[in-house]
Design a protein around this ligand. Structure first.
Ligand SMILES: *[C@@H]1O[C@H](CO)[C@@H](O)[C@H](O)[C@H]1NC(C)=O
Length: 134
């Protein structure tokens, strides 16, 4: 009976379809470490006045020395003021495994989630006011 339930669940998932293939992803190889690559795409969250990108740094186990491949997620937000000449700040949220989403929508992030949990407003004191933020 359990097996029938599991098979039914898998068939239901399969018929629901997979997420659409990601489009407009750019992948570049590291020049110093060709086995390492970065894939990213332009994105839009909260603050539509700046260029923003989301992606992964892909590091194979042969590079890290670990028993698994690692893909580290990142978000990059250009500074609201003079991004070409602004410094870049690297912001690491919390502890290993903590989602960076929280940092983006709170603290010094680019926006704040409003009380209705569905809308956001720009954070006027965001780190990306005068700095590009990774
Ligand atoms: C890491 O990724 C490569 C390329 O996709 C794959 O051939 C390899 O099996 C993966 N290694 C591990 C430990 O998952």
């Amino acid at each position: 009976m359990f097996l029938v339930a599991v098979v039914s669940f898998v068939i239901a998932l399969a018929s629901a379809g997979l997420p659409p293939t990601t489009k407009d992803v750019i992948t570049i190889q590291s020049q110093q470490h060709p086995e390492v690559s970065i894939s990213y795409k332009k994105t839009c969250i909260c603050d539509t006045t700046v260029n923003a990108y989301a992606g992964y740094v892909h590091m194979p186990s042969s590079y890290t020395g670990e028993s698994y491949n690692a893909s580290l997620f990142f978000w990059y937000f250009e500074a609201r003021n003079d991004p070409e000449h602004a410094p870049t700040t690297m912001y690491f949220a919390g502890v290993p495994g903590e989602s960076s989403t929280y940092a983006v929508v709170s603290e010094g992030g680019i926006c704040t989630v409003l009380g209705d949990s569905a809308t956001t407003e720009e954070n006027a004191w965001s780190y990306n006011q005068y700095s590009n933020v990774l």
